[in-house]
Design a protein around this ligand. Structure first.
Ligand SMILES: C[C@H](O)[C@H](O)[C@H]1CNC2=NC(N)=NC(=O)C2=N1
Length: 116
């Protein structure tokens, strides 16, 4: 990743099994660029998670729609938990059971489309 290009200007790449997971050296710098996202481990799989709060279900639903459209545009898809007043988004790469640069790009793009 070039120094000047920020994550939300990058495009996801098609990710196949065997693609490299983000390594220990890259992780801190990438996490620094998406400070509102938490790295979590679920069943041994590292993921990125953020919970967005809204005034009601309708606003959370509208955000859910925007993220779904982003996912389709990038060809990379999150887990989405839509609740009254809340949308929890979790990014990881199924093909490699872990984090790929795509996940950081999509987290940054999620913040951009939700303006949060
Ligand atoms: C062919 C297509 O690129 C793949 O099936 C994509 C679709 N979306 C994806 N989304 C996520 N989160 N992980 C994947 O491994 C993945 N693979």
């Amino acid at each position: 990743m070039s120094a000047t290009e920020t994550l939300n200007q990058m495009q996801c790449e098609a990710c196949q099994a065997g693609a490299p997971q983000v390594d220990e050296q890259e992780l801190p710098e990438l996490l620094r660029q998406i400070p509102d996202w938490q790295p979590i481990v679920v069943d041994g799989v590292m993921q990125l998670q953020r919970q967005y709060s809204f005034r009601n279900f309708k606003q959370a639903w509208a955000a859910h729609q925007k993220v779904a459209e982003l996912a389709e545009a990038e060809g990379h898809h999150p887990a989405l938990l839509l609740e009254w007043g809340s949308l929890t988004i979790t990014w990881w790469t199924h093909a490699i059971n872990g984090l790929h640069k795509n996940d950081f790009i999509c987290a940054a793009k999620t913040d951009a489309v939700l303006n949060m």
